[in-house]
Ligand binder design. Sequence first.
Ligand code: AMP
Ligand code: FE
Ligand code: FE
Ligand code: ZN
Length: 289
Amino acid sequence: MAELRAFAGPIDLHTHSAVSDGTETPGDLVRSAARSGLGTVALTDHDTTAGWGDGASAARDASVTFIGGMELSTRMGHASVHMLGYLFDPADAALAAETERIRRARRERAQAMVEIIGRDYDLSWDDVLAQTIEGGTVGRPHIADALVARGHAPDRSAAFAGILHWRSGYYVPHYAPDPLTGVRLIRAAGGVPVLAHPATGPLERIVPEATLARLVDAGLFGLEIEHRLNTPAGKERLRELAARFGLAVTGSSDYHGQGKPNLLGENTTVPAVLERIIAEATGSAPIYA
Ligand code: AMP
Ligand code: FE
Ligand code: FE
Ligand code: ZN
């Protein structure tokens, strides 16, 4: 069991840096978290831990505790399911191999989308690359930024509502493992898995109980209920599910810098839940403020 200390200040367990689709470097994100008055911040870039080093060293200088995390892309049929993982071993071979596979698939998929979009709009792969950092995880947000830079959309949200929408005719899916594999990979790497924003659509799209039961058996720790995209009815349903399955409840901002309106600390997680995450994690430890 890792060293456990008391937590002062609000806890935000879901943020993105420019290593995936946020807009700040991990270090700047940690400094923003300190300035916003957070006591603890988890960096959860999509499918990569490349920002942990910069985030952790910034946390040593700022008065904020740093939790290494990731938002793993998984897929159930056509539905994209995001699995947060905390304090796993970033060098775990199986998890690293899987995230590398996902990042490669994301890049090929983005290239395929740009190819199709490029038939109707002036847009090149170099335009998209200009919006990413070397080795970062490429996603639709970077294509959105490139479309904005070319004047084809006023902002990211408009690009998502139009050209990048899954019904637009320009959408291409990418490989991702199923959620059960995601939970197993995170646990096998010594981490703690939490299902991200599980109720963003209609109630019937919430993960079915039988599926949830299998995820719990495999080691699912919690549900991210306090998130701006979960619907009010969805949150109510998730609270029932959390009680029935003995799952922890988290809340977080899903901050993306300037890439989304979400503000650091707009939802938070209670210290007792973070303490349990740290107690269960065997892959890595927090960097304490
Ligand atoms: P992808 O995983 O590449 O298909 O892109 C999905 C990502 O785009 C999600 O992780 C969100 O962070 C981001 N996203 C989705 N909708 C929007 C939006 N309306 N505005 C900005 N970012 C968005
Ligand atoms: Fe994102
Ligand atoms: Fe997500
Ligand atoms: Zn996220």
